[in-house]
Design a protein. Structure first.
Length: 102
């Protein structure tokens, strides 16, 4: 009986670790993709000609322009934020599953 209970807890802990690993890898890939997009937006020419403060100002202006004048800009931005949040939700599920097994 005790062995069956410990096997069940071991399975839950392993499932929690798998969820935590999958969420961690997905989160790393999402942050890396975001970093690459930001690197493309802050290309060397823009940063060199305007300076970093000017480049940040231009990026903010482009973002406001996109949100204000693109018909689906708000929905696209919300979708990007939600896509960044799902790996964290998977990691939280893994932690909860591992914690419940103890």
């Amino acid at each position: 009986m005790v062995a069956a209970i410990s096997r069940g807890t071991q399975r839950k802990q392993n499932a929690g670790r798998v969820f935590l690993g999958i969420g961690g890898v997905a989160f790393f890939l999402q942050v890396w993709a975001l970093w690459l997009e930001a690197g493309a937006a802050f290309s060397g020419g823009t940063a060199e000609s305007l300076g970093w403060m000017g480049a940040l100002g231009m990026a903010a202006l482009q973002m406001v322009d996109f949100l204000a004048f693109h018909p689906h800009g708000v929905l696209l931005s919300l979708t990007k934020v939600l896509l960044l949040c799902w790996p964290v939700a998977v990691m939280i599920a893994g932690v909860v599953l591992s914690h419940k097994s103890n």
